[in-house]
Design a protein around this ligand. Sequence first.
Ligand code: MGP
Length: 251
Amino acid sequence: MATAVLLSTAVPEDPGKENCQKVIPNVIIPEVYIKHPLQNKWALWFFKNDKSKTWQANLRLISKFATVEDFWALYNHIQLSSNLMSGCDYSLFKDGIEPMWEDERNRRGGRWLITLSKQQRRSDLDRFWLETVRSICPAFASLVGTELTRVWLNHFCCSFNFVSLSQLLCLIGEAFDNFSDDVCGAVINVRAKGDKIAVWTTDYENKDAITHIGRVYKERLGVPSQVIIGYQSHADTATKSSSTTKNKFVA
Ligand code: MGP
């Protein structure tokens, strides 16, 4: 990607003539102009709890994106999760999958659930959500070392003082290796009783995929090894009779 395209505006017939047109080379660096595709197209949804409406009617599609640049444009445009009112959610799902248990790709699925204490809204919520988003929609590895990466690093290190350089570099690469196909999306629930973030996967019987995703996800969030996170099926969550749902897997 390092090759530069050289365009010249005109070639003079006689360069010696005083009135000849000047050759102005315009160097175009492709990385600055070409957007960098993600492996999937994604849709960002917003949920606002209006009790006069059904759960599904409270869910709204905000926007879709398929490039790293469009992701950041959207991310910079919307409220941070920690500023949302209690009862609101963001859901980020692969295009074509609705962020609900009823969708065909979620019906037999489940979620790795991170439950946060009330204090963690201030300290962890926004960076956990950003890291979750980065984990589920990694960019192509072709970004390594490009001019654009440098521009972003400068820009985002100034914009988000909580984002470290190493976290930014995690943007690059395959977060869940061969199991990324199992990921449907991620949800953040902002709740007065304690916020939640979850990664939804498509099949609670895909043990290898679920355990790999859980282990990598926990590592990427920097959750200490002694803290246990659980994976629950949506079927169990939807039919639970108490406040907790039994874990099918733990990491
Ligand atoms: P919630 O918003 O996931 O969690 O589910 P909250 O608000 O923390 O509540 P808790 O029960 O986990 O303590 C709240 C309610 O929203 C559920 O009990 C359902 O009634 C409804 N709901 C949530 N989801 C994710 C769905 C869904 O996918 N489909 C439908 N039909 N209802 C849902």
